[in-house]
Design a binder for this molecule. Structure first.
Ligand code: MN
Length: 243
């Protein structure tokens, strides 16, 4: 069965079997968040990875993905739920919360960003390890705003490399309706009211060391250039089309 069929089948299975299927002890590891609290599917819960941990090898090794998803990202989700409860957050829409995040604590800001960023990051990648390319309106917009796809990749790579310490590189659609490349520190993102440059994130790259250190150690530039092999341009194009 190919990957897309597997994903479809898995999603269908989840929808149609609900808790009973989960209780039956499915082995797919990304179900752990469902078993922890099957009833509470709020936007602050982790969703299952759309592939297995080792599906992104050799670009990203399975152990890194396992730790990244089940430890780092899981902790952002958990801490966000704690902070949201403690600070009496009313909205259940993460985008709305990010847009007024300056009203809340640093704990909420860091973990709301961390949760949103990782949920997006997983979907920005797909198995295959063969570099793809955007098409249609997405490609046309990239060529218009960056001259060429190659120039876009170079500029994005520079933003990712030059982010000092931990953070993210982003392709965003700005308020001016043009595409921009930015980077943010820590777990901030361009939906936050505190962001230096605001916009809608189309593509995000995690350059925290936890995203690459086991395989690439200090060689962040090698991780960045290999990562293009995983980018899910179909997904990015859908986000762009939905704007
Ligand atoms: Mn991360």
């Amino acid at each position: 069965m190919n990957m897309s069929n597997r994903i479809t089948t898995r999603r269908h299975f989840l929808v149609s079997t609900g808790k009973a299927g989960i209780a039956a002890g499915l082995s797919f590891s990304a179900f752990s968040s469902f078993t922890a609290s099957p009833a509470a599917q709020t936007p602050f819960e982790q969703t299952p990875l759309p592939y297995a941990y080792n599906d992104l090898e050799p670009t990203i090794d399975g152990r890194t993905m396992e730790l990244h998803y089940s430890k780092h990202a899981a902790s952002y989700s958990k801490s966000l739920k704690e902070a949201a409860a403690a600070e009496k957050v009313k909205t259940t829409k993460l985008e709305d919360l990010l847009g007024e995040v300056s009203k809340y604590s640093d704990k909420l800001r860091n973990n709301a960003g961390g949760h949103y960023n990782h949920e997006l990051f997983w979907k920005c990648m797909r198995p295959g390890n063969e570099a793809g390319k955007p098409s249609g309106k997405m490609l046309a917009a990239i060529e218009k705003d960056f001259n060429s796809f190659e120039a876009f990749k170079n500029q994005f790579g520079e933003a990712a490399k030059n982010r000092f310490g931990s953070g993210w590189a982003w392709l965003i659609s700005g308020k001016d309706r043009k595409l921009h490349i930015i980077s943010t520190p820590n777990q901030d993102n361009p939906l936050m009211d505190v962001a230096e440059t605001k916009g809608f994130p189309l593509l995000g790259l995690d350059v925290w060391e936890h995203a690459y250190y086991l395989k690439y150690q200090n060689k962040r530039p090698e991780y960045i250039s290999a990562w293009w092999n995983l980018v899910n341009w179909d997904f990015i194009e859908q986000r762009f089309a939905a704007l």
